[in-house]
Design a protein around this ligand. Structure first.
Ligand SMILES: NC(=O)c1ccc[n+]([C@@H]2O[C@H](COP(=O)([O-])OP(=O)(O)OC[C@H]3O[C@@H](n4cnc5c(N)ncnc54)[C@H](OP(=O)(O)O)[C@@H]3O)[C@@H](O)[C@H]2O)c1
Length: 254
């Protein structure tokens, strides 16, 4: 029998914000496919937590910088969905996986720029393109950007501008996918305490204090500040939100 429970696919769901999104989606009653890059153990732990909530989940390996893996990955997704749910379709795609680059303009190398482009733009574009045939009408896409697409911080020129590119891409996606009733929105977190960039927002007290000092709510973000917003965008209550950028930063650098 076909499952009627909505299904979300979260890239980079093993740690940090993606893990929080996966758990928040499950708490809202969705089933979840999450991907990891190398951390299978952490990903399996998230799956166990979701299953303990009474929802279905699976963790699949994926390097979102490697376009040549996408067909095989989506075949794995198809097999899983067919076996578990009786139909090879899902509803929501959360393009979250990402890595950091902190480098001043004078020092950025071509290799560094290509790496940021591959994970934050090209991977998002082509994974979405290839996943679209599996997506149900009435579903949605949430692309994860960053406050750094709006505000500037020295060393984040490449990262911030490629996140800005994803924000523009998201509006194009919203326009082109409207006829299929697929909504596309951006969540742009402010600085959050995760492993991102070697955990520097979490572990470097000077950076943490500095960001807290120019955030209206007086602290840096935590993963729990983000997942629920992404999950909300994947509910019926958000059905008229489309083509929007929602910054979730506690009012950073207003
Ligand atoms: N933390 C922040 O301050 C912040 C602020 C704004 C926006 N963001 C954005 O939020 C997203 C998540 O960041 P985070 O803070 O949660 O980072 P994180 O804690 O470092 O987690 C990164 C996640 O991405 C996965 N990943 C890394 N490289 C990958 C690759 N090549 N292919 C596929 N997956 C890969 C990791 O998998 P493994 O566990 O297997 O390594 C992990 O699940 C990113 O897009 C980031 O740009 C973060």
């Amino acid at each position: 029998m076909e499952s009627t429970t909505k299904m979300a696919l979260v890239t980079g769901g093993s740690r940090g914000l993606g893990k929080n999104m996966a758990l928040a989606l499950a708490a809202k009653g969705l089933d979840v496919i999450l991907t990891y890059h190398t951390n299978k153990t952490a990903a399996d732990d998230v799956v166990a937590q979701i299953e303990a909530m009474g929802r279905q989940a699976v963790a699949l390996q994926l390097d979102t910088t490697d376009r040549t893996q996408f067909d095989a990955f989506l075949e794995n997704v198809t097999t899983y969905l067919q076996e578990k749910r009786g139909q090879a379709r899902f509803d929501f795609l959360i393009n979250n996986a990402g890595t950091a680059l902190y480098a001043p303009i004078e020092a950025v190398t071509e290799e560094q720029m290509d790496a940021v482009y591959d994970i934050h733009y090209k991977g998002v574009f082509f994974l979405t393109q290839k996943a679209l045939p599996l997506m149900n009408e009435g579903g949605g896409i949430v692309n994860i950007s960053s406050g750094l697409a709006r505000m500037t911080m020295p060393g984040s020129s490449v990262y911030g501008s490629l996140k800005a590119a994803v924000e523009t891409l998201s509006r194009y996606m919203a326009k082109e996918l409207g006829p299929r009733k697929i909504r596309v929105n951006v969540v742009a977190p402010g600085a959050i305490e995760t492993d991102f960039g070697g955990g520097r927002v979490r572990d470097n007290k000077d950076i943490n204090d500095q960001i807290a000092g120019y955030t209206a709510l007086g602290r840096v973000g935590l993963p729990d500040d983000i997942g629920g917003v992404v999950a909300f965008l994947c509910t019926e209550d958000a059905y008229w939100i489309n083509g929007q950028r929602i910054e979730v930063s506690g009012g950073q650098a207003l």
